[in-house]
Design a protein around this ligand. Structure first.
Ligand SMILES: Cc1cc2nc3c(=O)[nH]c(=O)nc-3n(C[C@H](O)[C@H](O)[C@H](O)COP(=O)(O)OP(=O)(O)OC[C@H]3O[C@@H](n4cnc5c(N)ncnc54)[C@H](O)[C@@H]3O)c2cc1C
Length: 373
């Protein structure tokens, strides 16, 4: 009997479990470790914030999914590995032995080096914490407890930042809070880096129509009690600050000696294996594939699921592994808070209510695979 340890219930690992459920291997015992019972599907998160979806429509129930593959589920976070001894350490004190382990733990917004950032503001990830705090803001809005001119600032001008801010605004207005002020700060020269002119132009228009202030070239260096300070010396006030600034890795992979890149993401080869450890794999946001620079997005984490499942099975069987080459461009479907969205892939651009319905159909179909209806 071989022990396969899945660290994190991210987008690739849910597919690994589904595939092991479809094709059981009596010689493999699987354990999944995740700090929360429900793992979010981030593509639907802006829709949850906006009020288009319920919590359960956007989350996969990990213990229920694990049962389909007779996989043990441990509710904990891994905070270190002893890779030579093949041991993983949980924050609940438990130590797990493995023959092969795979790491799919996502990322969090990058705020390293910003003074005060760890104490101030809501990070969009981990999602469970964000949603608790967001519910508290919503409750205050419903009870008319947000004062006139309450100011919400989003730090981050990528797709997640833009989508979440528009979703927040849409929901608060629907909750009866109409007097809010909204601002988006980005360190870039423009919004939505990597997207086409047309996509950026549409979001400029939408932000303007909805009264969202846009502040470009604002590299945040510090956050005080009620002030955000940028490198150029500008100060911005905020009653609520939300962080959606790129992606940063957890610190423990580097701390326990795994091969990482300069930013601390785990280095893998095109078999999704750590570059120096054939018994360890990684995928999704936490992984950085040598020779392939790609943006961190759920599309890549999802696409890595099938080859990861295949290679985990093969490595446990002692068979040669298969290579995986990530696609050069990924389709992004970016919503505007209401039931309207933009499709962006390289120079391809489309927008409309139909794009939102298309996105909704894709997202629901994805969730159905993991038992969410
Ligand atoms: C608001 C928002 C909207 C987005 N929308 C899109 C979109 O529309 N399309 C798109 O392609 N991308 C989107 N993204 C990016 C996308 O969220 C990530 O690229 C994707 O979630 C990465 O998947 P993953 O499998 O790496 O990790 P995740 O999906 O983040 O899953 C990681 C899992 O690991 C668990 N975990 C974390 N630490 C530990 C630990 N120490 N031990 C054990 N378990 C742990 C977490 O609880 C979580 O369940 C969006 C991001 C945000 C913030």
């Amino acid at each position: 009997m071989k022990n396969l340890l899945l660290i994190g219930g991210g987008h690739s690992h849910v597919e690994v479990i589904r595939r092991f459920a479809l094709q059981r291997d009596a010689n493999v015992h699987i354990t999944l470790v995740n700090p929360t019972r429900h793992t979010p599907y981030s593509g639907m998160l802006p829709g949850l914030i906006a009020g288009h979806y319920t919590f359960h429509q956007c989350h996969i129930d990990l213990p229920a999914l694990a049962r389909t593959a007779e996989c043990r589920y441990v509710e904990a976070a891994i905070n270190g590995l002893h890779a030579d001894a093949k041991l993983a350490f949980c924050d609940n004190g438990e130590t797990l032995e493995y023959d092969v382990a795979s790491i799919d733990i996502g990322s969090t917004p990058a705020t390293l080096g910003i003074a005060g950032a760890s104490r101030r503001g809501l990070k969009v990830k981990p999602t469970d914490r964000f949603l608790i705090e967001w519910d508290a803001v919503l409750e205050r809005a419903k009870q008319n407890n947000l004062f006139e001119g309450f100011r919400i600032v989003m730090a981050g001008g990528g797709a997640a930042g833009v989508e979440v801010l528009l979703a927040v605004q849409y929901r608060l207005i629907n909750a009866g809070f109409r007097a809010g002020q909204y601002a988006l700060l980005t360190d870039g020269d423009d919004l939505l880096p990597g997207h086409s002119e047309k996509t950026r132009a549409l979001f400029h228009r939408v932000l303007q129509q909805r009264g969202v202030e846009l502040h470009l070239r604002q590299r945040i260096v510090a956050v005080n009690r009620d002030r955000i300070v940028s490198a150029s010396g500008q100060r911005h006030s905020a009653d609520l600050l939300i962080w959606a600034t790129g992606a940063a890795p957890a610190g423990w992979p580097k701390a326990c000696g795994l091969a990482v890149d300069e930013a601390g993401f785990i280095r893998i080869n095109d078999r999704l294996q750590l570059v120096d450890r054939p018994d360890l794999f990684a995928s999704g946001d936490i992984a950085s594939m040598d020779g392939y620079e790609r943006p961190r997005s759920g599309v890549y984490a999802v696409r890595q699921g099938p080859p990861l499942a295949e290679n985990l099975r093969r490595v446990l069987d002692g068979k040669p592994l298969v290579s995986y080459h990530p696609q050069a461009l990924a389709l992004a479907l970016i919503s505007t808070g209401d039931r309207y969205a933009v499709a962006s892939r390289g120079r391809f651009f489309a927008s409309g209510a139909w794009v939102w319905r298309w996105k909704d159909w894709i997202d629901r179909r994805f969730m159905k695979r993991y038992g969410v209806v």
